[in-house]
Design a protein around this ligand. Structure first.
Ligand code: M6R
Length: 609
């Protein structure tokens, strides 16, 4: 999710690398740096903060060379500081490395290095990767050989770019699950994590494939697979404009972010499942704290509040741990009753939402334990909570939150499983849950295949005057999020509630033309949902079901249906059902000509009350 830049050729390589980083700024970042080959040395300049801090540093300490790599960081391991910024040197300061992704087994590798007497300058997993490559380089061969051997020791996702002081004008790169694109120029070659950073220099590009490595000089590009076999070069011509390239070719950031969800689930799980069927959540409270907690309060706004509802569902169902969910704005003025043994969890994508921050400060003043679930690592909420778990969803640009929601629910699930592991909750199969979670990226990718049918449904439903979002249990909670998407970007009025509540009032609004979207993923409530569907149809309402039901009962009852294959756990099916709802909101908004990434009256980060 961070930005990678690399240049080798006749120009001032530092200037090019910094320019490339600027072109990746739209992705968001918290620090930036460059490494440049100057004579027989590598020099690194890096600063926390925006690229302006880096360029000011470079202005007072200019660097000139023909080969440079650059990085803009989105913190995952270790806060946004100068020391944690990339590039990182290896232990001998002969190699400089930049890295996107997460090395899941970095803790083991770091222990191994420490045991051999090495000391580290940062808290990052990336510096550990630099040391492992340094270690391999000492055993001989080229930098490419060393990287190829080193990556066999890494578990996780990475796009790695390295330079060595003993191989001038050579950049080596490796990729596994994090994007890396090579740009082919005349007497110059480039590298970047994303196409927009290459377009001012070349339109001839090639994505490095999974498990492949590249060795780049100003006149040559050599690509090999993990076994060292040569891979033929197959550059493609890109004719997108720069704005389209920033969106990865998608029409809007929202659609790009919806499609990123399989990858986001993977990133969110990375490093958090050990090889023995257990959860490993770094930096959370010690085990005795989890045994002491008698109640959980989840406090958040908007989409994050909806993720909190999913957390409540799981905490109560799996752990029998009483959990309340509050809107931050209500909590802070509501004089809440707080047990001294309770835990307050603050969920926020931005980490800067004013009401959530104020609620956090209230809890701290009452000496309640606080835990943040936050996407922006260096944000106020992340810093002020006693403990924070990063959602690792990467920068979210669209105002309408999509991938952050999914990541928040995944973190809450991991947390529930962590508590279950500590408390040894009887009957709860943590290992089963974890193996199903590991399959979830694949399931999410399958659910995304409904896109074409959702598009057709959007065409049919785009003029609906009102849309109900109904369901039971977790399906009702996901419905709240689906409804928020439809109203915030497509401006369609919605009415969301548990399906059983319809006959207590909202049913009066049903008439011809009104659509009711039923989330129907829980086999335990299928019969009840079918009855609710009939109630709507009896009043001439149209029913659209989003379902993983395999009995055929929901499909038979509904007028329109979006189906997807179930996972082993109903809760995860409910979570997956948000994807068709996000897509429906997107396509209805698009067909109605709405401003999708920046809907009217709304801001991405609500830093005022
Ligand atoms: O940054 P946060 O997660 O704290 O933001 C909370 C809400 O403002 C946010 O989720 C908002 O509801 C989104 N626009 C929903 O798509």
């Amino acid at each position: 999710m961070c930005g990678i830049a690399g240049y080798i050729g006749q120009r001032n390589a530092v200037e090019v690398a910094v320019d490339q980083l600027r072109r990746l700024e739209y992705r968001g970042y918290d620090s930036a740096g460059v490494a440049v080959q100057v004579g027989s040395e590598i020099e690194i300049v890096k600063k926390a903060g925006t690229i302006r801090f880096l360029t000011e540093e470079l202005a007072s300490n200019p660097k000139d060379g023909r080969c440079a790599i650059g990085h803009s960081r989105w913190a995952t391991h270790g806060g946004p500081t100068d020391a944690n910024a990339h590039p990182h040197f290896d232990q001998d300061q002969h190699i400089a490395l930049i890295h996107n992704g997460i090395i899941e087994n970095y803790a083991e590798l770091k222990d191994e290095m420490i045991a051999r007497g090495h000391t580290f300058r940062s808290q990052t997993d990336s510096e550990v990767a630099a040391y492992v490559i340094g270690d391999e380089y000492r055993h001989g061969g080229t930098l490419l050989d060393a990287v190829r051997r080193a990556v066999r020791r890494f578990r996780g996702a990475y796009a790695l770019v390295v330079v060595s002081d003993s191989e001038p004008e050579t950049i080596v790169a490796a990729r596994n699950a994090s994007p890396l694109i090579i740009g082919f120029g005349e007497g110059e070659n480039l590298l970047a994590s994303d196409i927009p950073a290459l377009l001012p220099y070349t339109r001839s590009v090639m994505a490095l494939e999974e498990g492949h490595l590249a060795e780049i000089t100003r006149d040559t590009v050599k690509i090999i697979d993990g076994d060292g076999h040569h891979v033929p070069l197959a550059p493609q011509h890109i004719d997108w404009d720069i704005a389209a390239a920033e969106r990865g070719g998608y029409d809007h950031f929202m659609l790009k972010e919806i499609h990123e969800q399989p990858e986001v689930i993977r990133a969110c799980l990375a490093g958090r499942i050990d090889g023995k069927g257990g959860v490993r959540l770094e930096g959370v409270f010690s085990d005795n704290v989890w045994n002491e907690i008698d109640r959980v309060n989840i406090i958040a706004c908007g989409t994050a509040y909806h993720a909190g509802l999913m957390g409540k569902h799981l905490f109560e169902k799996l752990l029998r741990l009483p959990t309340d969910v509050y809107y931050s704005s209500e909590f802070r003025y509501g004089d809440p009753v707080l047990s001294p043994r309770s835990l307050a969890i603050f969920v926020s994508q931005s980490g800067e939402t004013a009401d959530t921050l104020a609620a956090l400060r209230l809890c701290k003043s009452r000496r309640i334990r606080t835990l943040g679930i936050v996407n922006v690592v260096g944000s106020s909420i992340a810093r002020e909570c006693d403990r924070t778990i990063a959602t690792q969803a990467g920068p979210e640009i669209s105002v309408a939150s999509t991938k952050a929601y999914t990541a928040q629910v995944i973190v809450l699930s991991l947390l529930a499983l962590h508590i279950a592991q500590v408390q040894e909750t009887p009957g709860l199969r943590v290992a089963d849950w974890l193996s199903e979670l590991q399959l979830l990226p694949g399931h999410a990718a399958k659910v995304l295949e409904v896109e074409e049918s959702v598009k057709a449904l959007a065409e049919q439903l785009k003029d609906m005057p009102l849309c109900f979002f109904l369901g039971r249990g977790a399906d009702a909670y996901v419905g709240y999020e689906g409804a928020l998407k439809l109203k915030e970007i497509a401006y369609i009025p919605t009415q969301e509630s548990p399906a059983g509540e319809m006959k207590h009032g909202p049913l009066a609004l049903i008439q011809a033309g009104v659509v009711s979207l039923f989330g129907a993923t829980d086999p335990a409530t299928t019969d009840k949902v079918v009855s609710n569907i009939k109630e709507v149809q009896a009043r001439s309402g149209t029913v659209l079901a989003v379902t993983s039901d395999t009995t055929g009962a929901i499909k038979k009852a509904a007028d329109l249906v979006i189906e997807f294959a179930p996972t082993k756990f109903d809760f995860l099916n409910a979570l997956l059902s948000v994807i068709p709802m996000q897509l429906l909101a997107y396509y209805v908004a698009k067909l109605n000509g709405c401003s999708i990434d920046q809907p009217r009256n709304l801001a991405k980060s609500v830093t005022v009350e």
